[in-house]
Ligand binder design. Structure first.
Ligand code: RUQ
Ligand code: CUA
Length: 631
């Protein structure tokens, strides 16, 4: 061993110690090695490294090679338009699910099926991912995600981890906060952040007082838009209670302004509370209007509080609204006020009935720091609020905050701890925090800036998703996770809730397409390799079985529109093939037992090799054939 090798070895050993739990360090052998290494390694020169503490509850943030994580993390991908799946606590990225984006690896956005779902768009902006619920906890069926850019809601089927539906939301721009009902897979609520003329066809453009925004309910089972409620203000984040009585939307622009100064003018904006039973009754009774070309029933609830909508005053330009795991409190983060406002959901009925004022539903308003945005929970009565301007997470106790609000003279301090995060945190979430099963193990801080935390990679830096251990009395930062821009939000789900299939089920909706074509052409998808011509449209059916395609060549004519339909006969876990045609922008994935297809024009005569782009076999490179385009 050279001196250098030894150094690397020692560093490695130290790193291990650094990442291993105190419980393991405590055992004699590892402990001895660690101690020895401590003596022989000189501390690094330069600025002191930020240290990460081992987890207090004895489960380390590192997961050994070959070991599985305890949690699935579902991350939105922001302007990348995708969803990402991470394992926690390791923070290993396991998968990316293309949603609103064009993804070259899988062909998403270019395959026939995905193109149809996306309706010709190639981009989107995913902010909020939430899973479907039953009885207040995740039921392992669907993931929902918004597209802020084009007002859409997409659904991912957890069995296949593939988008199975996309719904366009009428009369909406900037669809931002979304939240599903929690008592069952019922409605998913979607907030329009941007007020627009209703109808937006050229009328009322210069008169923003006429602009309005829609709170939209989409059926989580059918993905149909059920109804909309039109309000005068904008709507930012969304939440639901646990009983199916209410949905919520924060409003930061009650002023109805179109510029920054105007939007910040009022000291208080509000939380919209939507009374679902009343809205449902109005829709059933036909006491609705329609707006523009849309047939969706709209309840017009602009202006004043009514049986449909109530406005709970909240200081100042509130952003996040998060309901605690008991279902009792909705916590609204002030953003431009250093406070969070705790709304007692049990009081809302009295406020709707006019027995108390809407503001009387606020039962606590602790000062948590400058720029509070979102709140997560540990299931032990504590809340964790992300504080953007201060770059901290503030841990506070809900009961103490209520006590302090009730009896200001007692000088009760509900703030338990603040921890620095790096830097400018946006969303925050904790393991199972958005369910009644919040388990108080891990907290994730989605920091918008990483600054000096990682190697310089040019003008665009990664973001920094930091993992914080909240299992003990004190929060401890245990991991820095660089992410490609720009995840907004994440939910952390225990692994026993998520059961994807390992082989493609051929019964899902998408297969109706392929079965229809196959029937028309008298083809058995899983057996036949056939070219079916219909004028200038040619369908090419191809099978794949490692390491061969079912056919080594097919012929078409220059100018033909070619649809290649590939069915993978392999029935082995993870034995994916793909289909790529040189020079034609055709490249897509076909998983084990899957079928997938893409359509293109074969413009020029010549020989074009097609090949399998997924490394599937020792003879993967030989897995290819010729498309012969005749003049
Ligand atoms: S937002 S940083 Cu799009 Cu969820 Cu709060
Ligand atoms: Cu099939 Cu590579």
């Amino acid at each position: 061993m050279t001196e250098n090798d030894k150094k690397t070895d020692v560093t490695k050993a130290n790193r291990r110690k650094f990442l291993t739990s105190s419980a393991v360090i405590g055992t004699s052998v590892v402990g001895a090695i660690a101690c020895k290494n401590e003596e022989t390694t000189a501390p690094p020169t330069g600025p002191a490294l930020p240290t990460a503490a081992p987890a207090a509850h004895g489960a380390a943030a590192s997961v050994e090679p070959g070991k599985l994580d305890d949690y699935y993390g579902f991350w939105s991908g922001g302007q990348s338009g995708e969803i990402r799946i991470l394992g926690l606590p390791s923070m290993r990225e396991l998968k990316r699910i293309p949603v609103f984006n064009r993804d070259a690896a899988t062909g998403w956005g270019a395959t026939d099926h995905s193109k149809e779902l996306l309706g010709g768009r190639n981009s989107g902006d995913t902010h909020h991912v939430h899973l479907s619920y039953t009885d207040g906890t995740y039921d392992g069926r669907y993931v929902f995600v918004n597209d802020k850019a084009s007002a859409r809601l997409a659904r991912v089927d957890i069995e296949t981890m593939e988008v199975d539906a996309i719904t366009s939301i009428p009369n909406s721009q900037g669809t931002h906060g979304i939240f599903p009902q929690r008592h069952k897979t019922g409605l998913v609520f979607c907030n329009a952040e941007f007020r627009t003329p209703q109808v937006n066809d050229g009328r009322d453009m210069e008169d923003p007082t006429k602009y309005a925004a829609m709170h939209t309910a989409i059926d989580g089972e059918t993905m149909e838009v059920k109804w909309q409620v039109m309000v005068e203000g904008n709507m930012d984040l969304a939440a639901t209670d646990y009983k199916g009585l209410y949905s919520f939307a924060t409003c930061y622009n009650s002023e109805g302004a179109t510029d920054l100064e105007g939007m910040m003018a009022s000291e208080r904006d509000h939380l919209y509370v939507f009374n679902l039973a009343k809205i449902d009754a109005a829709v059933k009774a036909g006491k609705t209007i329609t707006v523009g070309d849309s047939k969706v029933p709209v309840v017009d609830a602009r202006g004043k509080d009514s049986e449909f909508v109530m406005r709970v005053p909240i200081p100042k330009s509130p952003h996040g609204v998060n309901v605690d795991p008991t279902g009792r409190y909705a916590v609204c983060a002030g953003k431009l006020s250093p406070t969070v406002s705790v709304v007692d959901i049990d009081k809302l009925a009295d406020a709707f009935a006019g027995k108390i004022k809407p503001r009387d539903c606020v039962v606590a308003e602790p000062e948590v720091g400058l720029g509070p945005l979102h709140t997560a929970y540990d299931g032990r009565g504590n809340a964790y609020t992300s504080i953007f301007i201060d770059s901290v997470v503030t841990k506070w106790n809900i009961a103490k905050a209520i006590e302090a609000f009730k009896s200001p003279d007692k000088k009760i301090d509900p703030i338990l701890q603040k921890i620095d995060v790096h830097y400018q945190i946006g969303h925050i979430n904790a393991s199972m925090s958005e369910t009644k099963d919040a388990d108080g193990k891990w907290l994730i801080a989605l920091c918008k800036f990483s600054k000096d935390r990682f190697l310089n990679v040019g003008p665009l830096h990664p973001e920094n998703d930091q993992l914080i251990d909240i299992s003990g009395d004190e929060m401890k930062l245990v991991h820095d996770g660089p992410t490609f821009p720009e995840p907004h939000d994440a939910v952390i789900v225990t692994k026993d809730k998520i059961h994807p299939k390992k082989i493609q089920p051929r019964t899902i909706e998408r297969f109706k397409l392929y079965d229809k074509w196959a029937k028309e052409d008298g083809v058995d998808l899983q057996k036949d390799n056939k070219v079916i011509r219909n004028g200038k449209n040619v369908r090419v059916y191809i099978t794949s079985l490692a390491p061969k395609f079912g056919t080594g060549e097919f012929k078409v004519k220059a100018g033909d529109t070619v649809q290649v339909i590939v069915s993978n006969q392999d029935n082995v876990e993870d034995l994916s093939h793909g289909f790529c045609v040189c020079g034609h922008d055709v490249n897509f994935l076909v998983n084990a037992q899957d079928t997938n297809s893409m359509t293109f024009v074969a413009e020029k005569p010549g020989v074009y090799w097609y090949y399998c782009p997924w490394f599937c076999h020792a003879l993967h490179l030989e897995m290819r054939g010729r498309m012969i385009v005749e003049a």
